[in-house]
Design a protein around this ligand. Sequence first.
Ligand code: DX5
Ligand code: ZN
Length: 224
Amino acid sequence: MREFWIAPSILSADFARLGEEVDAVVDAGADLVHFDVMDNHYVPNLTIGPLVCEALKKHGTSAPIDVHLMVKPVDRIIGDFAEAGASFISIHPEASEHVHRSLQLIRASGCRSGLVFNPATPLTWLEHLLDCVDMVLLMSVNPGFGGQTFIDATIEKISSARRLIDDSGLDVRLEVDGGVKVDNIGAIAAAGADTFVAGSAIFGSDDYAATIGSMRREIRAALD
Ligand code: DX5
Ligand code: ZN
């Protein structure tokens, strides 16, 4: 049985109390801390960098940090995040001139590598790259903002990515990011995802543990 991971996106956390917010979601049962890095160039928003990742590690955050780089160019910042304590580092193919090299760089720096697919980015990138990735991350919204609506066409893309991963026999996680809520997480799991990013659905709720608990129940119910 696959392990299912919930990855709250701190994009929707209260940044003035970031350490406490991360402690709270980890105590509430989060498996990963999803860390969205935006540069106001590759995406139209600006967020946080390696210093904040390092600060969370120094604060004592024990859960693995899942860094989602929406940054162009991307190579120079990979080493900084590895040093700052990232566990996973994911990149968008459109943000790298040499995608294979960027993925190699992530693994060489001791982190697990992810490749991110925007809604319009075809999975054909995986044809020559699947053995270079530890995580396939499918965007179910266009990157840049929290709180957007899940794009339904992603469900079919999740099934296709699941088939590609299973056929390869490789150990690759399948993560979905954008508009994931208690009421659609079951369908997302049934399509084949095993790692679920949720920002507004968790940080916008009154009880993080209850929301993560409901998400796990929906996943289990969908797979029974
Ligand atoms: C969007 C980010 C997401 C975002 C998800 O570009 O990559 O991780 O925080 O937020 P929700 O879950 O609110 O759609
Ligand atoms: Zn993200």
